[in-house]
Write a protein that binds this ligand. Sequence first.
Ligand code: PHE
Length: 455
Amino acid sequence: MATASRGQWSGKTGFIFAAAGSAIGLGNIWRFPYTAGENGGGAFVLVYLLFVLLIGVPVVLAELSLGRRTERNAVGAFKALFPETKWHWVGGLGVATGFGILAFYSVIAGWTLWYLWEALLGGFSGSISAEQSETMFVSLTSDPLLAIFFTAVFLALTVFVVRGGISKGIERTTKILMPLLLVILILLAIRSVTLEGGMEGLVYLFKPDFSKITFGVIMNAMGQALFSLSLGMGAMITYGSYFPKRENLPQAGAAVALFDTMIALLAGVIIFPAIFAAGVDPDGGPGLVFIVLPTIFGSMPAGSFFAIAFYALLAIAALTSTISLLEVVVAYFVDERDWKRSKAAITMGAICFVIAIPSALAAGGSDFFTNFFGSGIDFLSLQNIIWGNYSLGIGALLLCVFVGWKWGVPKALESLESGGYSMPAGNIWGVLIRYVCPLAVGLVIAFIIITQQYM
Ligand code: PHE
């Protein structure tokens, strides 16, 4: 069987940590808070949670079941089941999306490395005002060489781990560091909610103002749910393909979704009270988290230590996500094109670096990419929307149609239940995958295109 040479997780916990490592990352700590801030707070959060439940969890299970059954990469999984059809193009879209996301994600991940560097130099020891913090942020992101340099370092780290192969590299890193991240986040949350004026932030985050729900908000919430759970581009197909046959897959999948959502909410509980305490505008865009957090460290005992620990762990959380993005691309070249893992990782990492350069220049480094073609939107945000919302949405839609209608719910359930575990509410899952998910995702995308209320 292919399993032995492809590698496998050591067991269920190994898988949960690795898949949670993919899911938990900048999506939770950087993208969720600023997207919530731009989309009206509580109303967005509510729609996001609905999408996690109705679409996120079912699609996680659909991707994992496909990966487990076929033990193949995102493209090979479709080919293994229906070699004569064009369904594997869905996997091809996933590989392209992995590339597209990695090429802007690694820029933001590079910012975290720079903040870690600043923290190590003691940059967050004294109290810092929101204005000072913003100046610092701008000085980094608008420096073209610095931004490109840290993007390169981050991609190099990703290539290094992915070259090492599945269980050795990925599992070992996540198992120790994810729980540590959780501890630091909880401590930061406690500090943040006890800041003066912090409560207002919690109200903003959790009290929905229904008048704020527009198609744009719905589209962003859907994209965020898919992005955060690493769905719609084959990461969970690929990770599911390394899942041992004897373990309980539905439970593991649900645990990953739960963990991921908890961390996003926790990040919100850290950021929003601090936003209100520091008097920052929640609608501050991609720089929001980077600007707000230093104001918390400055007001904490042992702030320097927390800053170092936080940025180190955030960089690692981002790394376990970039690993999964690159892994989708690498697994395709290894399985389908017979490339050596190391050649695939290095070549694809290098190409991705070149594609990432415009995004690295999109926060002030180059006027052209900062205001792309004079459109008022920067290149990085554009990539974030194209790959992170549209492409994941279309990928998830096609995946549901494939699993629900082509491959079929009974076969997918059989894969989910292998190892002798029963899948709770299997019928409901079938209805969600066949009808609810494709209709909901399809309608949201169609409305966005027709009404042009977005972007
Ligand atoms: N889920 C990751 C995060 O939240 C990002 C990601 C998206 C990873 C899609 C893989 C696939 O940071």
